[in-house]
Write a protein that binds this ligand. Structure first.
Ligand code: SF4
Length: 455
């Protein structure tokens, strides 16, 4: 994923900037944090990238495709630099992975900051203006970067809150522990203060973010993740709680129990399984078997019937044969996921899997991926059709992309619903009768406000 912040003008107090986001919620949230810091300096956000005098590219190297997109964008930015002297900075995972070497491939950039150093964005721009490039990839700034609070739009009712960063798991395909560092959790008092402030200013839904939220505070003398959820559940104003991402191995009985008793915790979990073959799971260093994964999903469904389960899955991992792939397909049939983000394996620098034997030819990996995606499309459609005739609670978020006459929002199970309703229903919680289930969304009718109105 690639995120671009563009800032026009060379004097901080009247600079303009714009943000283009491509990527995961963690990166998007980091970008919002940088934007908030720059807005705090009096800079103004603009949409048109071409008008920018400073470009910050916030990067991701989780997948090869995102990295390719980054380098192709940088080619275009080099032209902008040559033509009008645009200041260009790189932040995020590619910055961290390449460190000083980034200057060999991109000698024209003016600064580069790892994800733990995004709080230094103003300093980096200041120095770039003085022609003193700042390169900072140290890990000791991670707590400061965790503490930055992004700004939210006046009418926003949803917010993300980072509770931890980094990962200690070292799945053999994943570069996160190398570029985002080891796990580091944020103090619970600070998180609770932030969420209380959000509830006080009208935010209805919070999503707690971290590479592996289930291991929040594993290494600190502070409350556990289930205890944190319990405390957030008691905060006035907050009506929905979500979290992402969860590692199946760390999904404890206590956390599963939260779905049975915390009414604000939404009925949705994103629980990547990656493969249905125990042999491949072992090669991936995932730390659970397919049977253990299935048992945890069943426990979740016992605690909260109707809970939606989504996941990530990798096809064509080194050594994967048809039998392994068949087990992945079996697991998908068995669980009946609401949705899956599926990818063909791409080797990432620094990771153990990049040098593993048994590479699956790309054509074979993509053929398997297409089969898997076809199966999942059918399952998603049938799960969405099963919603027909039911009533769903929806938090409206805006006008539908498909029709100006429709509003759009998400159910507690994180499904998109489009429905006719007055603009006064925007950013409110409504009840909607589901009349049609499609592959990617639901159609609703007869929306009614759910909230009790103050007189
Ligand atoms: S748990 Fe997630 S972030 Fe951590 S190494 Fe594994 S895939 Fe990467």
């Amino acid at each position: 994923m690639v995120i671009v912040v563009l800032i026009a003008d060379c004097f901080m107090d009247d600079m303009k900037f714009c943000i283009e986001n491509f990527g995961c919620q963690m990166n998007e949230h980091d970008m919002d944090k940088m934007a908030s810091l720059l807005a705090g300096e009096g800079m103004q956000r603009v949409e048109d990238a071409k008008k920018a005098d400073i470009v910050i590219v916030n990067t991701c190297c989780i997948r090869e495709k995102a990295e390719q997109k980054f380098y192709s964008l940088m080619g275009r930015l080099r032209d902008a630099k040559e033509k009008k002297g645009t200041i260009i900075g790189v932040t995020g995972c590619i910055a961290q992975m390449e460190k000083e070497d980034i200057l060999q491939r991109l000698p024209f950039i003016d600064f580069s900051l790892g994800p733990s150093n995004i709080h230094k964005i103003k300093k980096a721009i200041d120095q770039a203006m003085r022609d003193e490039p700042l390169l900072d990839f140290s890990e000791n700034g991670c707590n400061e970067s965790l503490l930055i609070r992004p700004g939210y739009g006046q009418d926003s009712v949803k917010a993300y809150v980072t509770i931890m960063k980094g990962c200690n798991n070292f799945c053999t395909y994943c570069v996160v522990p190398y570029v985002r560092g080891r796990e580091s959790s944020r103090d619970s008092r600070d998180i609770l203060q932030e969420v209380a402030a959000l509830g006080g200013r009208g935010i209805k839904e919070v999503t707690l973010l971290g590479q592996n939220v289930n291991s929040y505070n594993n290494a600190r003398d502070d409350i556990s993740f289930p205890e944190l959820l319990e405390k957030i559940n008691a905060i006035d104003g907050i009506e929905r709680i979500r979290f992402v991402t969860s590692h199946p191995r760390d999904l404890s009985p206590e956390l599963i129990g939260c779905f049975g008793r915390l009414e604000k915790l939404c009925e949705h979990i994103h629980l990547p399984f990656q493969s249905g073959s125990d042999r491949i799971l072992k090669l991936m260093n995932r730390g659970y078997s397919a049977a253990e994964y299935i048992a945890k999903v069943e426990a979740l469904r016992d605690r909260r019937s109707g809970i939606a389960v989504t996941a990530d899955c990798i096809v064509g991992f080194p050594g994967e044969d048809e039998e392994d792939f068949g087990k992945t397909m079996d697991l998908i049939e068995r669980i009946q996921f609401d949705g899956i983000f599926s990818f063909a394996f791409s080797p990432r620098k620094l990771t153990a899997a990049s040098t593993m034997p048994g590479k699956v030819p790309p054509a074979k990996a993509f053929e398997r991926l297409h089969r898997l995606q076809k199966l999942q499309r059918e399952i998603t459609l049938s799960r969405n059709k099963a919603m027909e005739g039911r009533t769903a609670e929806v938090l409206t978020e805006g006008v539908s992309k498909n029709s100006n006459e429709e509003l759009t929002g998400r159910t507690r199970t994180n499904k998109i619903v489009n429905f006719r309703g007055p603009l006064a229903m925007m950013n409110r919680i409504v009840e909607v009768a589901i009349v049609k289930g499609y592959a990617n969304s639901l159609k609703g009718e007869g929306a009614k406000l759910k909230e009790v109105q103050a007189c």
